[in-house]
Design a protein around this ligand. Sequence first.
Ligand code: URA
Length: 327
Amino acid sequence: MIFHEINAKTIDNDNRQRQSRIVRRLSQSPSMNPDRQNPNREARELLAFYVDAGADALIGEEPVDRMADEISPPPAGGRSDSEAVRVGAGGKAMQLQRDPTPDRLRRSDPPPPGEGRSRAPAAAPASPEIAVMAAREAAKSAKTLDELRALLTDFEGCALRATATQLVFADGNPDAKVMLVGEAPGYDEDVIGRPFVGRSGKLLDLMMGAIGLDRTKVYIANVVPWRPPGNRTPTPQETAICLPFIRRQIELADPDFLVCLGGPAMQTLLGVKDGITRSRGRWMMFDTGRREIRALATFHPAFLLRSPLQKRFAWRDFLALKKALAG
Ligand code: URA
């Protein structure tokens, strides 16, 4: 069974239960319910629920009456104002399909300067295929990790960029022998701009510490570098669009060992069809584009937080990594 599916269901159930608890509590009178005497707590819980449900994702700068939207036809014989032209790799302009976003939904001024900040309204790319092609070209053109980060910061082919607070590119030492790759940033990573800085990141730090590693000795990134709204699973299209970038990031960092954290990272990067429970702890080969390196998958720390009994298997995997590093 793929643990990822279990997670999604568990989270859905948790959310539903939490929502009904809150709704029940809010609807009860103060005298009947002692918790009503602590409205701050309720408000915080309700806010947390909305954040978990993705309500923190800003899509537009202003409220929009979508019932009133009308898309006017493009002017005859010419490119309409709502046709999107995006810059692809190497500065090449790529004309994407007509973007039906009404003008008032589009930002008139450029996004504020600031690394990776991305609060533009969602600009849907023409098609995933075109976005994947643009991503491949862009990733290939990056000669250094800094260039890759800059290209990703400006890349508009993935709609997640519009809802994320900022790009979460990497953390740690790009010259390290070990590179760890997770699935996608969560809430804390989105706010701070570095991968694995939330609860699962703290556990990851402990796991690394147990084999003598820390963030000066590893390089950390994610398959998808923008937080999906509400921490939902990235869609296959979003993953496919981001894949050329993470592959190039691995190639440019050129580690000796790749560690995939969780089933999604393993399946995406190592092409493994089986779930993480069956495939973790097995050394595999990964072709970086420069050379073949050894790769290992282990449980995602977020899964270990929910299933602490599985930590013993992750411990075995980390010991295997320690041995490989020593040998
Ligand atoms: N989970 C991930 O896969 N990546 C992060 O950066 C944080 C949580």
